[in-house]
Design a protein around this ligand. Structure first.
Ligand SMILES: [Zn+2]
Length: 453
């Protein structure tokens, strides 16, 4: 695979002298310069035989992208791994040094750290863990850089989007939070960044990093019942201090279908973008919100998921597109290939290319659009969704007069939590329970069920 990639990798800077106007939403003439950031090595790591996270899904995605010849429509980059200093822009030194040093062979020497850093079934120590984290993070940083330089209008990294990782520890299959690192870089040049998360799970790591900032608006659509991983993401989590109202959560129940998801998504995102006026957008496209996902409980089809990304693209703002969860690899790769085609304005034949390697893996239908919407009952009543929407719109009304910051206020304010804000975030993590350990055990237990297929 790497030979194929290097043959078709090329570099262009044709966009650098142009300035992309804001809000081209209704213009069909928007033809963005798209870049694709993928280092094939990132797909070669293994979390473990029984672990649902399969980096080989990235290889399948890339085969589809290449099979459909989408490389003709994008600038392709093979990014280098992130440096240690780049990881330290967000993560603590102790934690990153631990990731750097620990291996399956020497992990018995790290008993205390394994405990401190919450290493276990979800986030195991596996061979090459540190390099894997640097690779997917490096790709996000490379994509971010192309947006900042104006070389790309839309930059894609399907290996990124690991939204659960925290400053001091891994969480939910995520070790380094490439999204936070990318947003921190965008904030050096952009006054306001919008983060949108359509993974099945709450984007807790990103929300927490910018919870007291009014320069990053974090929006997450996800399954929520208080116990489902990561346990956060209720409507009332809306930010603290200057960040009050700059976190928006859309908690959903099992089985949400295409029509209700798209309608809710658009009816919230349009007024939000109009009020917040972001100058750059980061979209996490977690594929576990698809129907039939191994860990999933929604009923979304690939076209519906893609329509959400298409809608955000239509605003014509610099857009970083990232992957995320997704545990039925053949559907993950179908989705991300389809979303790549949306970004590049190409209509794809539903029938997968005959020349596609691993084509049998997509049996029996060999289609880009299998029916994924028929598995579960929709537990989201019209009334429930109307209520969620009304509460979100109420919160969005508080955003009028988005802050216009002095650019010398960067780097951002997330480092400057007041003791009160710190306490509020801690309380959030504990879900109102002071016994941190007890809550974590309950959450882990809920997660265990997901690990068994
Ligand atoms: Zn997820």
């Amino acid at each position: 695979m790497s030979e194929v990639i290097s043959e078709i990798t090329f570099f262009k800077d044709k966009k650098s002298e142009e300035k992309t106007p804001l809000y081209q939403s209704k213009l069909s003439s928007y033809s963005p310069n798209v870049s694709y950031h993928y280092n094939p090595r990132v797909s070669e790591y293994h979390y473990g035989v029984k672990h649902p996270m399969k980096p080989f899904r990235l290889m399948l995605t890339d085969h589809l992208v290449i099979g459909y010849k989408l490389y003709e429509k994008m600038d392709l980059y093979t990014p280098k791994p992130a440096s240690k200093d780049e990881l330290l822009e967000f993560h603590s030194n102790d934690y990153i040094e631990f990731l750097e040093r620990v291996t399956p062979d020497n992990s018995n020497k790290f008993a205390q750290q394994l405990k401190d850093f919450n290493i276990g079934d979800d986030c195991p120590v596996f061979d090459g863990l540190y390099d894997y984290s640097r690779l997917y993070s490096g790709a996000s940083l490379d994509a971010t850089e192309k947006l900042i330089q104006g070389n790309s209008d839309i930059a894609i990294n399907w290996s990124g989007g690991l939204h659960h990782a925290k400053k001091f520890e891994p969480s939910g299959f995520c070790y380094v939070n490439d999204i936070v690192l990318s947003i921190l870089n965008l904030l050096r040049y952009h006054p306001r960044v919008l983060y949108i998360d359509i993974d099945l799970h709450h984007g807790d790591g990103v929300q927490e990093a910018f919870y007291n900032s009014d320069r990053v608006m974090s929006v997450s659509f996800h399954k929520y019942n208080g116990l489902f991983f990561p346990g956060t993401g209720n409507l009332d989590e809306s930010g603290v201090g200057r960040g009050k109202n700059y976190s928006l959560n859309i908690p959903l129940n099992d089985g949400i279908d295409d029509e209700s998801y798209i309608r809710l998504f658009k009816s919230i995102m349009e007024p939000l973008i109009t009020s917040f006026k972001p100058t750059a957008i980061v979209q996490q496209c977690g594929a576990d919100s698809l129907g039939h996902d191994r860990l999933g409980c929604f009923n979304l089809n690939i076209k519906a998921h893609g329509e959400c990304v298409n809608f955000i693209k239509s605003f014509g703002l610099p857009l970083l597109v990232l992957g995320g969860g997704g545990y039925t690899p053949r559907n993950v790769s179908r989705l991300w290939c389809y979303e790549t085609s949306i970004m590049t304005d190409v209509n794809l034949d539903s029938k997968l290319p005959e020349s596609l390697p691993f084509r049998n893996y997509f049996n029996p239908d060999c289609s880009l659009h299998p029916n994924l919407g028929d598995k579960l009952d929709n537990k989201n009543t019209k009334k429930y969704l109307e209520n969620v929407k009304a509460k979100c719109l109420e919160q969005i009304r508080f955003l009028n007069g988005a802050p216009s910051v002095q650019m010398n206020e960067i780097p951002p304010d997330f480092k400057k939590l007041t003791p009160e804000e710190e306490a509020e975030i801690n309380e959030l993590n504990n879900d109102g329970n002071n016994e941190d350990r007890i809550m974590r055990d309950i959450k882990d237990e809920a997660r265990n069920g997901e690990l068994v297929e």
